[in-house]
Design a protein around this ligand. Structure first.
Ligand SMILES: [Cu+2]
Length: 166
């Protein structure tokens, strides 16, 4: 069944429900859910999501010092990458995050990674579009590591947090 058939089917189902006044229409959401669930299988570990409201689902992460960990970022939004991309940039302890975010926002040609400040980065994902995901594998020493999304204004709206490693 192709997309056109599906949407035609969804359309006629919606028309049917409108006509009959029946409010139960779980067929279309079920299809959407199974499509969105696919990236969840991207390995174990911490799953961080970013959405169209410029929010991560988590702001405080905890890891054990010296232990390898996987952190996956999933963009669960639907807006185009050019308008609502998300990344995950982990910075070294003590970094001036605000200054970093400002410098990053000025470098769209570099995927919003500030070339002059790469020495402040532990690791980072690429900028992700809707339904994309990326996994970082890290082994960190004890400390407080700031993280953020460097898409313009997202840090200022709250796409930031701290990884506490003990
Ligand atoms: Cu973002």
């Amino acid at each position: 069944m192709n997309i056109r058939t599906l949407s035609a089917l969804a359309g006629s189902l919606a028309a049917l429900f409108l006509a009959t006044g029946c409010g139960k229409n779980d067929s279309a959401p079920a299809a959407a859910k199974s499509a969105a669930a696919a990236p969840a299988a991207a390995g174990s570990g911490i799953v961080l999501t970013g959405n169209d409201a410029m929010k991560y689902n988590l702001s405080a992460l905890s890891l054990k010092a010296g232990e390898e960990a996987k952190i996956t970022l999933r963009n669960i939004g639907t807006m185009p990458k050019a308008a609502m991309g998300h990344n995950l940039v982990i910075l070294k302890p003590g970094t001036d995050v605000e200054a970093f975010a400002l410098a990053a926002a000025a470098e769209p040609a570099n995927d919003y990674i500030p070339a002059a400040l790469v020495n402040q980065i532990v690791t980072h994902t690429k900028m992700l579009g809707p339904k994309e995901s990326a996994t970082l594998t890290v082994t960190l020493d004890a400390g407080e590591y700031p993280f953020l999304c460097t898409f313009p204004a997202h840090f200022q709206v709250g796409m930031k947090g701290t990884i506490t490693v003990e």
